[in-house]
Design a protein around this ligand. Structure first.
Ligand code: NAD
Ligand code: IPM
Ligand code: MN
Length: 353
């Protein structure tokens, strides 16, 4: 097995270094794989002029799984859009057909008081956000900024085909079936035709899953309900843009955006695994970033691509243990706890593993 490792920009290399230590520990226990580094994002632009160079394209095409840190940063904000680091990430998702993005928001009990919500509202929280990842307004044509009637106009196209909606709906129904059997589909059908189709197709797909109870919610209400009573949700399925926004919101319920991992899957078991957060340029290079979302993404890789449930549970257990021992990075707001750096947190997880 081959794992492509794309550290990316900002805090990317710092958090990936800790995740790699965990992977190497798992390897020494007998799981066979090779790690191969590659360039994606701003670092790739610096080295080759392209955010998703051809060598990286070949590397990830041949790999069984991809581990990614994060891309982007203010240094690249003035580049033409097609050269931006984020285009590299969007292109890799599209190239590998990674249409299903799983973002679990699980509260470790030790972090109940670090959540931005009251402990009684979040304790026991376990939500899975299933975000469609290769369609929507992110990829729709036409798009652009142009002159019309003597002024600039900016435009994007929100578009989904029923095939795209149906395949992500199946992923979400199947996930709900293995959990508490509740699926909430989030859309904006009161205003947007595209999401009317979303609601229709998700409802049609429900016929195949009589054991799952399906509900629908408008996205503005969903954003509110997530902070009012998040435990009403089991699985949420939504489009690319709403899923992006709602998952950052959901991360804070678990104590920090530095806690949320993700898996981006195709229709086989190939996957890209990355924290949901970005390159955090404001804290890059300081050894203070939280590496746990990336380490938990390694657990998701073992679970989904390598079918090593036991190894995945071991990593998740090790994370729980270091939190129980009181290890916290600076992003976790919990007065009275002792703060450790990125490398120290990685070291602690390794020791507990
Ligand atoms: P961000 O997620 O990078 O940071 C938001 C805030 O959360 C910052 O204050 C940051 O310090 C903090 N934060 C994020 N991850 C953290 C961690 N692991 N530990 C501690 N604190 C953490 O979002 P942003 O500031 O809006 O974006 C910065 C850059 O990252 C932009 O260029 C953006 O396009 C890019 N981005 C990339 C990805 C990705 O590669 N998947 C995701 C989101 C944003
Ligand atoms: C994410 C990020 C990306 C997205 C950006 C960097 C393209 O915010 O992975 O959540 O919007 O999908
Ligand atoms: Mn995002």
């Amino acid at each position: 097995m081959k794992i492509a490792v794309l550290a990316g920009d900002g805090i990317g290399p710092e958090i990936i270094a800790q995740a790699e230590r965990i992977l190497l520990a798992i390897k020494s226990d007998g799981l066979k794989f090779e790690l191969e580094p590659g360039l994606l994002g701003g670092c790739a632009v610096d080295a080759t002029g392209e955010p998703f160079p051809e060598v990286t394209r070949q590397l990830v095409a041949q790999a069984d799984a991809v581990l990614l840190g994060a891309v982007g940063g203010p240094r690249y904000d003035s580049l033409p859009r097609e050269k931006r680091p984020e285009q590299g990430l969007l292109a890799i998702r599209k190239a590998l057909n990674l249409f299903a993005n799983l973002r679990p928001a699980i509260l470790y009990p030790e972090l109940a008081s670090a959540s931005s919500l009251k402990p009684e509202i979040v304790s026991g929280l376990d939500i899975l956000i299933v975000r469609e990842l290769t369609g929507d307004i992110y990829f729709g044509q036409p798009r652009g900024i142009e002159q019309r009637d003597g002024q600039r106009v900016g435009f994007n196209t929100m578009i989904y085909s029923e095939t795209e909606i149906r395949r992500i709906a199946h992923v979400a129904f199947q996930a709900a079936r293995k959990r508490k059997g509740r699926l909430c589909s989030v859309d904006k059908m009161n205003v947007l035709e595209c999401t009317q189709l979303w609601r229709d197709v998700v409802s049609e797909t429900a016929a195949t899953y009589p054991d799952v109870s399906l509900s629908h919610m408008l996205v503005d209400n969903a954003a509110m309900q997530l902070v009012r009573d998040p435990k009403q949700f089991d699985v949420i399925v939504t489009g690319n843009m709403f899923g992006d926004i709602l998952s950052d919101e959901a991360s804070m319920l678990t104590g920090s955006i530095g806690m949320l991992p993700s898996a981006s899957l195709d229709d086989q078991n190939k996957g890209l695994y990355e924290p949901i957060h970005g390159s955090a340029p404001d804290i890059a290079g300081k050894n203070i970033a939280n590496p746990l979302a990336t380490i938990l993404s390694v657990a998701m890789m073992l679970r989904y691509t390598f079918a090593q449930e036991e190894a995945a549970l071991r990593i998740e257990g090790a994370v729980g243990k270091v939190l129980a021992q009181g290890y916290r990075t600076h992003d976790i707001f919990e007065p009275g706890t002792q703060k450790v750096g990125t490398a120290e947190m990685g070291e602690a997880v390794l020791a507990s593993l």
